[in-house]
Write a protein that binds this ligand. Structure first.
Ligand SMILES: [Zn+2]
Length: 380
């Protein structure tokens, strides 16, 4: 019997099953053949009735390697950069993260930590940890460690930031308890986490927001309860990025009583019918669009790669994926092998329709389209 990794209650049967899904969505390939040969796994997304945690009960961490070659940088996007700027401003101005020793867990290439340490007048210093960090390790006020954070390499911290990491971890309680132990000598530290909101995904029935890398998805209640179980006192959980992400602040201390599981199990129960309706609608939509011109998907991140796998596994209906991250251009989508190209290639390929993977980016996509190419709405 499967039990919930958070609260150990018996888990309901999966509400979503997919086989042979690529295990890495942000690890592009050098060729279509290499892309199709990338490792695959099974998705069995289950929701816990007792605490609301959503998890892949078939997840196998051994299939994933987040090393060099993994690239989920989103800050080339003006909308995403604006989100990072707003979060940094919030931390420095509203939450008083100044003169602080900041640790960032899973710092990627350091875009956010750099904002916090270079914020004029904030006088922050930072240490970023990430096995996929590719740059110089630096020294002084901003340095990077190409590895995982834990008690063995703990550094004193006043603020710990961890964005878009916990959803990649099969045992989030272990991660939080490790963090709790690493902060034993920094009892004043405040902890800030950002992660997708499972309730938002289920409520909007977004099929491409379920993929292998995200084995652990939280709602506000299950995130609070995970932190409480690990010995943190949660100060607040709020929604950011147009409601898509949760932003949590916590400190060390006696936890509050656990929240009720905010209706996740019921949303999960309704999900399969809603996904089936969507899948049939987008298949019709792709067929109708391709009758009038070539189609590109905008965004070769996890959402775009997952949509390509679901809607066009043989790479026959979608011409290419567009991405503004130069490191992804000229490479291929894991699983399907669709080419990933720069927006400047749209005209030469004769692409007529662009499908945006995230409505948050509509305006900046529109600004980069050549004449004769338009955003295709998802519905007719
Ligand atoms: Zn549970």
């Amino acid at each position: 019997m499967t039990v919930c990794p958070l609260c150990a209650a018996p888990a309901a049967p999966p509400f979503l099953r997919r086989d042979n899904v690529p295990v890495l969505q942000n690890h592009t390939a050098a060729s279509a053949a290499e892309a199709r040969a990338m490792p695959r796994g099974a998705l069995r997304m289950a929701a816990c009735d007792a605490c609301g945690f959503v998890f892949n009960s078939a997840f196998d961490a051994a299939l994933l390697r987040y090393g060099p070659g993994y690239d989920n940088t989103q800050s080339h996007s003006p909308a995403f950069a604006a989100h990072l700027d707003a979060l940094a401003r919030y931390l420095v101005r509203d939450r008083g993260v100044r003169g602080a020793r900041i640790v960032e867990i899973g710092c990627g290439q350091g875009d956010f930590l750099r904002r916090l340490t270079e914020w004029s007048g904030a006088a922050n210093s930072g240490v970023g940890f990430d096995p996929a960090y590719a740059g110089e390790c630096g020294g002084g006020a901003l340095r990077f460690v190409r590895g995982l954070y834990g008690p063995d390499n703990a550094v004193p911290a006043d603020a710990v930031v961890c964005r878009h990491v916990i959803e990649h971890v099969a045992d989030p309680l272990a991660l939080l308890r490790t963090l709790r132990a690493a902060l034993a000598t920094s009892p004043q530290a405040r902890v800030f986490f950002e992660t997708p909101d499972a309730a938002w995904i289920l409520r909007h029935a977004v099929p491409w927001d379920f993929f292998y890398e995200h084995c652990s998805l939280f709602s506000a209640a299950s995130l609070t309860s995970a932190f409480a179980r690990a010995g943190f006192r949660v100060a607040e959980v709020r929604h950011v990025f147009a409601g898509q992400y949760l932003w949590l602040e916590a400190g060390l201390g006696e936890p509050h009583a656990a929240d009720a599981p905010d209706g996740i199990a019921a949303l999960a129960q309704d999900y399969p019918a809603r996904e089936a309706a969507q899948a049939s609608a987008w298949r019709d939509r792709l067929a109708r669009l391709s009758a009038t011109g070539k189609i590109a998907v905008w965004g070769a991140g996890a959402k775009g790669a997952t949509f390509a796998s679901l809607a066009d596994p043989q790479a026959t209906a979608i011409d290419c994926l567009i991405d503004i991250n130069p490191a992804k251009q000229g490479r291929c989508v894991p699983g399907t092998g669709h080419p990933i190209l720069a927006p400047s290639m749209l005209a030469a390929r004769g692409v007529r329709h662009v499908l945006p993977m995230n409505p948050a980016y509509h305006r900046e996509i529109e600004a980069q389209l050549p004449p004769g190419t338009a955003i295709a709405e998802w519905a007719d």
